[in-house]
Every structure is written in C-alpha cells, then in structure tokens.
Design a protein around this ligand. Structure first.
Ligand code: CP
Length: 300
C-alpha cells in the first residue's frame, strides 16, 4: 500500500524505480505543481527537524499536494490519544499520506500492519531507521559515481544512536556496495557489526570512495560518551589531515545537522569534495518520488 517503513523492506528494483522517478522530478520542472492536486499530506513531527520536514513540504508542494502539519506538542497525543487513533482520525478526515518523525522504534511498522487507512512514510524513527535519508544518500552517490555496486562507503561516528547508519547499511548492501563502520569504542553497535566490518578510522578512510560522517547525538546519550569536542575531532573526526589520506576521488557526506568542530572540521563542510548541501537538494527529488509511490500504492 505504498508505506515506507525502512530500506530493509525495499527491493533493489524498488529503490532503482525511486531513483528513476527522483531523476525525473529533478529534470522535469515543467511538470511540477500539477501532478497530484487534491491529495492531502500531513506532516507529523514529534521530534525536531529542519531538513526532512522542510524538504517534504517542498516536495509535497512541487507535486501539487495539499499540505497539513501536526506538531507533537499541539496534537491530541498530548491528551493521551494513541498513535493508532491519530492515524485513523487523519484517514477519516481525508489525509492520504502521513509523513511521521517520532521516537518510538517499530511503531510505524505496527501501524502499517493495522491498516489505519493512511499511508505512512518514516521520516526518522528513534534510533531505528531513517529511510528517506538513506535513499537520498544513495541517490547522491549514484549521481556522483554512476553506480553503487562495488563502492566502499565508510560510515563513521555515533553508530550506536544513528538511524541514518542502519538505513544506509541495508540499502547500500542491497546494491553490492561495501560498507565499513568506524567510530569511538563507546559508540559502536555490535548489532550492525554482524553485517559490516568495523575498522579504525584512519585505516577505513584510506579505502573509501565516500566517507559518511555521523552527528554525535548528544540528545540521545544516557551517559557521557566523550570528553570534549576538541578531543573527539582529533581522535574520531574528519579533519584536513585525514582528508589528505583519503583517496583523491573520495567524497565527504553527512546527513546534517552538522556539529562543526566535533565530528567534522568546520571548513570541510563547504569543501569542494563535500556533498553535504547536494544531499539536501537531492532530498527534495527523492521525497517527491517517495510521495508519488505512496499515492500510487493507494490506488493499487
Ligand atoms: N538529516 C536530517 O534528518 O535532518 P533533520 O533532523 O533536520 O530533518
């Protein structure tokens, strides 16, 4: 029914189809604003967001959809309404697609099973998954390298709290890319290391076609996991010295928001080899494709 729960539920062919449609929307400006009039999207954000929320809104408007917003603090969830009842309510009122960011890993999969009548898109779920981020990351890699098969992608940093890392690991693996994990010992995730090797950072980045830095997610840390920004940058961050030992063709990625001077030296964010702002732009095209898939799923 067009739900997007995580990348491990998408086949390689389905992801290819999404990339094809994202490229279509990127290059067919003349068809914007006319494609899906009269279809309603509700953006439900129970955790903070800038990129995902605004790029979904731009994508919805470029598709000609009607756009609604519901914030965690001002919804009846505050009065104790369950997420199931929230979804049933949205469906009854006429919402087609709900774009949801929230804390509860597994909740969207549960709601998709229950068939609430609204098509669900995961816009970041606790530390579980962030499939639209992973898909825009793969779209960016594919546009740059022409292929995903055989690429070596280093995912480095706060793996333990990263939903982005997990969704990227599933999606990159489906395309035959090699993922290498790296980061501080205190932020390693043994469950991910069943699927990809862990290497010391300097060893990992020497082999990389792309280095995907992860934000240190202080808001999810239950205890102190690092001593200072300076120490983190020196030991685990991407610096100019480390850029110099990466292969000359290798690119820098980061899902953002960026902790400048923590996981990445500030000046590298705008470096010619950085794709960080291109990732954000590509998010609009990929989210247009994901919304289109959701709407078409309702008609099948
Ligand atoms: N990359 C990302 O999800 O950013 P936001 O939290 O700002 O949406």
């Amino acid at each position: 029914r067009g739900h997007l729960i995580d990348t491990d539920r998408l086949s390689k062919e389905e992801m290819e189809e999404l990339f094809g449609r994202a490229e279509y929307w990127r290059t067919h400006r003349q068809h914007w604003h006319r494609a899906y009039p009269g279809h309603f999207a509700a953006n439900l954000f129970f955790e903070p967001s800038t990129r995902t929320r605004i790029s979904f809104e731009v994508a919805e408007k470029k598709l000609g959809m009607e756009v609604l917003h519901l914030d965690g603090e001002t919804s009846s969830v505050v009065k104790g309404e369950s997420f199931y009842d929230t979804c049933r309510t949205l469906s009854s009122i006429g919402v087609d697609v709900a774009v949801v960011r929230h804390r509860g890993t597994g909740l969207l999969a549960e709601m998709a099973e229950k068939e609430t009548g609204v098509t669900l898109i995961n816009a970041g779920e606790g530390n579980g998954g962030h499939p639209t981020q992973a898909l825009l990351d793969l779209f960016t890699l594919r546009r740059h390298f022409g292929t995903l098969a055989g690429l070596t992608v280093v995912i480095a940093g706060d793996l333990l709290h990263s939903r982005v890392a997990r969704s990227n690991l599933w999606a990159l693996s489906a395309f035959g890319a090699r993922v290498i994990l790296s980061g501080p010992d205190s932020m390693r995730d043994p469950s991910m290391e069943e699927f990809a090797p862990y290497l010391p950072f300097d060893e990992a980045i020497r082999q990389a076609d792309a280095v995907m830095m992860l934000r240190v997610q202080l808001e999810r840390h239950e205890r102190e996991l690092f001593t200072s920004a300076e120490d983190y940058l020196n030991r685990h961050g991407l610096t100019s010295d480390r850029l110099a030992i990466m292969p000359p063709h290798a690119i820098i990625m980061h899902p953002a928001p960026v902790n400048r001077g923590v996981e990445i030296e500030s000046g590298l964010v705008e470096h010619p080899r950085s794709k960080i702002f291109e990732q954000m732009e590509n998010g609009v095209w990929v989210r247009m494709a994901i919304l289109e898939r959701a709407l078409q799923g309702r008609n099948n």
